[in-house]
Write a protein that binds this ligand. Structure first.
Ligand SMILES: Nc1ncnc2c1ncn2[C@@H]1O[C@H](COP(=O)(O)OP(=O)(O)OP(=O)(O)O)[C@@H](O)[C@H]1O
Length: 496
């Protein structure tokens, strides 16, 4: 389907988000929609998806003007939206989630479970997804959830698919699988709008690009004519650095040491240490157990055996509050489910982890938290109008920055960052890296969990590579490269 936007405008209160946007996507084209956090990409796509209505301007589908007043109308026309924040029902099995937006009842309202299971199996086979359709969604890792959303869009035979950062929590092999699906869909004349901050991926899979900045369309063209560096400049308006950031510091005292940590299901026999001023990576492929390991260290789950030491003294963490008291902060990987509190405003979300710390006579000191948020807003360039607005009014990348602010305001001794730059634009990523390095300078021990090799290679003094819940190897900065990491991550000869 050929989609054209003409002179689209949209404001939220005084926030003029889309100023006058006109561009089109051809049938069978993969178009990258790019821009800084808060540039208006999701808002524009929410208009196409029937979630928001434009204040002015029109949308044309195959030359005919369409005006959506509800998402169902957009879906009915063949537009499928895979949101940044996944929309699956955790308590339903995969196969029922696959049919959520369709009327799957048959005569006498019979629900054809077996047929749904078979259809789900068939699409999984095509996509090489190794999952039982009867598995409950709540038992899946977030990257599998993302894959299910993509499979769902495919089963709906959409002619336009909007993918809002579909690869944020996927590993390289899964990303490749998604890309080959996208190419396959393109061959079948499906149009795809691909929103991403990962510019290498844009170059790899997209045909055209459109860049928004401050609500205006600032650049568009063929991807084959540009480099990632140029795209980054179009997005933020200046050249974004790409150099190595590793800083050699004197290794301080050991802060955290894990000795043979084991949890029957997710990880076993994991021993490691982190010293003051170190930036230590943990990487691997899906199912490597790194998130589960650090969730357990942070007190979200019990550890069945092994010991944990803080400054040489054994500690016992049973709850996340215990972990916070010990100066451990953990930014989790799945923002929507584990990091933001949707019923709270921006200020509350940024402060909740340090409420207790600053409370006087048990009363929350909002003024202190407000001041802190103002500092972080400047440092992290958080785009927001009012701290008392609901967190969901922020763009995805800006929500992520609030989550980081929340943990920074606890003044941690150990800062664990799980996929910290998910949804964060190229410029803001560098701001985050600067903050991480400054904290390391001050003696904080930083642990970065990431499947982005480039993030590990640019930032970490050393990295541990995990494979099926075990530490497969440790690489020092001078030995780190993508190949060495990949070898260990796929089960290559262990050394630790
Ligand atoms: N429902 C809403 N109510 C009020 N403001 C909103 C709402 N949705 C978005 N905004 C504002 O609109 C602006 C654009 O947000 P949008 O989500 O479109 O950005 P984006 O380009 O998708 O960013 P990101 O890369 O971070 O996802 C932001 O300033 C955001 O705060």
């Amino acid at each position: 389907m050929h989609i054209a936007f003409q002179n689209i405008q949209k404001s939220f209160g005084k926030n003029h988000v889309l100023k006058d946007i006109s561009f089109s996507i051809k049938e069978g084209e993969i178009c990258a929609l790019l821009g800084e956090n808060g540039a208006g990409k999701s808002t524009l796509m929410n208009i196409l998806g029937g979630i928001h209505r434009p204040d002015a301007g029109s949308i044309y589908a195959d030359g005919k003007e369409v005006r959506f007043t509800a998402p169902e109308q957009s879906i009915k026309l063949g537009i499928s939206f895979i949101h940044q924040e996944l929309n699956l029902i955790n308590d339903l099995p995969i196969y029922e989630n696959m049919f959520l937006e369709r009327d799957y009842t048959k005569g006498f309202r019979r629900v054809p479970h077996q047929e749904m299971i078979q259809e789900t199996k068939a699409i999984f086979e095509r996509m090489q997804v190794d999952l039982d359709p009867r598995t409950l969604v709540k038992d899946l890792d977030s990257s599998y959830k993302q894959i299910i959303e993509i499979c769902r869009a495919i089963t709906m035979h959409a002619s336009v698919i909007i993918m809002d950062e579909p690869t944020t929590s996927l590993t390289d092999s899964e990303i490749e699988r998604v890309f080959s699906m996208m190419r396959h869909l393109r061959d079948q004349q499906v149009s795809i709008i691909f929103i991403s901050h990962k510019l290498k991926e844009v170059i790899e899979v997209c045909d055209t690009y459109t860049v928004l900045r401050d609500g205006n369309l600032v650049s568009q063209g063929q991807v084959s004519d540009v480099t990632t560096k140029e795209l980054a400049r179009f997005m933020v308006g200046y050249d974004v650095r790409t150099d190595q950031l590793i800083q050699q510091r004197e290794r301080g005292k050991e802060i955290l040491r894990a000795d043979k940590l084991t949890d029957a299901a997710a990880f076993s026999n994991v021993s490691f240490s982190v010293h003051q001023g170190e930036v230590v990576g943990f990487t691997g492929l899906l199912g490597d157990g790194r998130s589960e390991l650090f969730q357990s260290i942070f007190g979200a789950h019990d550890i069945s055996s092994g010991k944990l030491f803080l400054y040489g003294k054994e500690i016992h963490i049973h709850t996340t509050m215990d972990a916070i008291k010990h100066g451990i902060a953990y930014l989790p990987r799945n923002r929507k489910e584990n990091a933001i509190i949707k019923d709270m405003d921006i200020l509350e979300n940024s402060a909740i982890a340090s409420w207790k710390r600053h409370a006087k006579w048990g009363v929350i000191q909002h003024s202190i938290h407000k001041e802190k948020l103002e500092v972080f807003q400047k440092q992290l360039k958080i785009r927001m109008t009012n701290a008392s607005n609901n967190i969901l009014n922020l763009s995805g990348g800006n929500q992520q920055k609030i989550v980081l602010a929340k943990w920074l305001s606890t003044d941690p001794r150990i800062l664990i960052l799980d996929n910290p730059t998910q949804g964060v634009d190229v410029g803001a990523k560098e701001d985050m890296y600067d903050i991480i390095l400054r904290l390391a300078d001050k003696g904080v021990g930083i642990i970065i969990l990431s499947s982005e090799a480039n993030e590990i290679l640019r930032l970490c003094n050393r990295t541990y590579v995990m494979y099926h819940g075990r530490l497969q190897g440790e690489l020092k900065a001078e030995d780190m490269n993508e190949q060495a990491i990949m070898e260990l991550a796929t089960g290559g000869d262990a050394f630790i």
